[in-house]
Design a protein around this ligand. Structure first.
Ligand SMILES: [Zn+2]
Ligand SMILES: [Zn+2]
Length: 663
């Protein structure tokens, strides 16, 4: 009998020792069926161990998953998981198991899939678009033959980053290797998929994201792992996909907050991709029009090699003209100024498309009673419920709680309830009244509920079946709308003075992106941003479309304030039924003896979180900061062990987050 240590999908994700019969196939990385409690579970063999701390009579017996042609998970998979486990303070078992497609963790009858050949539609060698001078210059910099090499590809919107990716992937394929391409959102993968299929018609592409059915996801994962798929495209979870012949990693829109996993193990897929590239001696290309300040500062300091695409790819296509319209002296109609309405009418007459960007969905952010002051609070969260007139609901955007819209005030019976503020639905309704001849399409998470809806909408937009798009940031990212020539931005000022110090960085990226939708083909684009603060440096930089200049301003502010990337942070968050319990736990955590041993780590006072109540849980947090990442890491390892031994009040939950993106 041999003893193996298994990662099992059970609470707390501890590793468990089991006996197993000797077998010539036996090695770490294989899966085993293991009795656990009254049930059987599928686990991953992490280690074959000489001895267990448990007495032999307590060891139960596991057996290898039979009928499985899956080779063992490779050592670099475990190394990546081990790094993630240490860095993000998550149990190794949790990292390993969340890295696998759900289908592989289930007990079931193995049904062999018929090998489906991708019907190689007549292998027409696609005509390669000729490269722009900028693309050629960038490709000369992006050398793939030097082992680990991190690159930052800074390309303005419409500069043809994707073409650069395709050329790099082509090089990798010719060398007989695989390429891993990460995209921030599922919404962006269909377009990538189509472009890859067109460019590489004979190459199998594996798509990996959470909206796939379990079977499809497992199939794609297996294709990547077996090497059958030479190109792997996926959202953040794809960063863990084991590849037998990796040759390149690309992280598109590397600044996007979606790369950060916000529950379970909280990791940054972009940062793990960099670690993975280093581990496997791979080149890695981070691409963005507005890189994260972290990556930008790495490039400035020479840790990443910078390649730039400063101009738009289509000859004659210019960057759009950006105008910030001072609305302090404007009469607004439902938030729309007269100059913006005039511009909309011009586009209508010219049969061109317009986009109004308002990053708030729903009809109005709150319903209120002017008689007694009642507002549509969420009973479970510290926020208001949003009025959705399209389906006549009040809905909490944080916990999802919804109800009918009350006919009268629940407190005083007043029948005259008012919606306050403005969301995309309200704007859509009002635009339809103001411009009755326009075909208006609202694009937000309510109207594009599934990938199917979303693809149908994209088709509608691209075919020109809509004149005016009203949308949230869903519309801002990565899509080419050839007839779109006007972008109007309303309601952006709120983010200028948000409590979150990262808000300006995000707003700038978002506005650059949405502005980039205008004038992509041969039609010139115009962007009108309505603001009460037209002189704000953020807007001034937008007018110049000067990312480097604005990044310099923000980096100087961060340096002065001692914020990332000039400091490293972690956050301990606690949730409990009442705030006192949550704060008291954090207080205890801050007073643990080991805190005094790490003078380079600053532990701040516990405070209620900005969203202090969610799903009936009161939430508080404790910020930690250090100028030294190794110091912070060393401290976290010791501290976390101490935290686990703290007595815990009933139903208190806590988690640690390293490199938090909102705090
Ligand atoms: Zn009332
Ligand atoms: Zn709620």
């Amino acid at each position: 009998m041999i003893i193996v240590r298994l990662a099992l999908d059970v609470p707390l994700y501890r590793l468990f020792d089991y006996r197993i019969e000797d077998d010539p196939r036996l090695r770490p990385g294989l899966r085993a069926r293991a009795p656990f409690g009254t049930r059987e579970k599928i686990g991953v063999i992490v280690e074959v161990v000489a001895q267990s701390e448990l007495p032999p009579e307590q060891l139960k017996t596991a057996r290898l998953v039979e009928d499985d042609d899956l080779p063992p998970l490779p050592p670099d998979f475990f190394q990546l998981c081990e790094f993630a486990s240490q860095y993000y303070q998550a149990p190794p078992g949790e990292v390993i198991l969340q890295a696998l497609p759900p289908g592989l963790k289930k007990i079931r009858v193995v049904k062999r899939r018929k090998k489906r050949r991708k019907e190689a539609a007549a292998p027409v060698a696609p005509d390669l678009p000729s490269l722009t001078g900028g693309q050629s210059a960038a490709l000369n910099i992006l050398r793939l033959d030097r082992g680990y090499a991190p690159f930052l590809l800074h390309g303005v919107t419409g500069s043809g980053k994707t073409e650069v990716y395709l050329r790099l992937i082509d090089t990798v394929l010719r060398a007989g290797k695989q390429a891993l391409l990460l995209a921030p959102e599922i919404n962006l993968t269909p377009q990538l998929e189509a472009r890859l299929a067109q460019r590489f018609p004979d190459i199998a592409v594996a798509m990996l994201h959470s909206e796939l059915t379990e079977a499809a996801r497992e199939h794609a994962w297996r294709a990547a792992f077996s090497g059958a798929a030479r190109i792997v495209v996926g959202t953040r979870l794809a960063v863990f996909t084991p590849l037998p012949q990796p040759g390149l990693i690309i992280v598109d829109e590397e600044h996007d907050p979606s790369y950060k996993q916000q529950d379970g193990m909280r990791y940054s897929a972009r940062d793990l991709a960099i670690f993975r590239a280093r581990l496997s001696h791979l080149p890695i290309v981070l691409g963005s029009a507005t890189p994260s300040l972290e990556s930008w500062s790495h490039a400035l300091h020479g840790r990443y090699t910078l390649a730039r695409l400063p101009e738009r790819a289509v000859s004659d296509a210019r960057l759009p003209a950006v105008r910030v319209l001072d609305i302090r002296r404007q009469k607004l109609t439902e938030g729309l100024s007269e100059p913006l309405l005039v511009a909309l009418r011009q586009r209508l007459a010219a049969k061109e498309q317009s986009l109004i960007f308002l990053n708030r969905r729903g009809f109005a952010p709150v319903l209120a009673c002017p008689a007694c002051g009642w507002v549509s609070r969420c009973p479970r969260c510290a926020v208001n419920r949003v009025l959705h007139l399209a389906d006549r609901r009040l809905r909490c955007h944080h916990c999802g709680l919804e109800s009918h819209i009350p006919k009268t005030c629940p407190t005083c019976g007043n029948a005259d309830l008012h919606p306050f503020g403005r969301g995309t639905q309200r704007l859509e309704v009002r635009l339809a009244e103001l411009l009755p001849e326009a075909r208006i399409l609202r694009v937000d998470r309510d109207s594009a509920k599934s990938r199917k809806h979303w693809e149908a909408m994209l088709g509608e937009i691209q075919s020109g079946a809509a004149d005016i798009l009203v949308g949230t940031q869903m519309l801002a990212k990565g899509h080419d709308f050839p007839r779109l020539t006007l972008v109007g931005v309303i309601g952006a000022d709120a983010a200028l003075f948000a409590a979150d110090w990262r808000a300006p960085e995000r707003l700038f990226a978002q506005l650059m992106q949405v502005a980039g939708r205008a004038g992509r083909a041969d039609l010139p684009g115009e962007v009108i941003i309505q603001s009460e603060y037209p002189q704000h440096p953020l807007y001034q930089a937008l007018i110049r479309q000067d990312y480097p200049g604005y990044a310099e301003t923000l980096l100087a502010e961060r340096r002065a304030a001692g914020f990332p990337p000039y400091a490293y942070q972690a956050i301990l968050r606690a949730e409990a039924c009442d705030m006192m319990t949550a704060l008291a736990f954090l207080q205890q955590a801050a007073a643990l003896p080991c805190v005094a041993d790490y003078s380079d780590v600053v532990v701040y006072d516990p405070v209620p979180m900005r969203l202090s109540r969610m799903m009936n849980q009161e939430r508080a947090q404790l910020l930690l900061e250090s100028a030294s990442r190794p110091q912070l890491q060393a401290f976290l390892a010791v501290w976390r062990a101490a935290l686990e031994s703290l007595p815990r009040k009933h139903r208190l939950r806590w988690h640690l987050e390293v490199d938090p993106v909102d705090c």
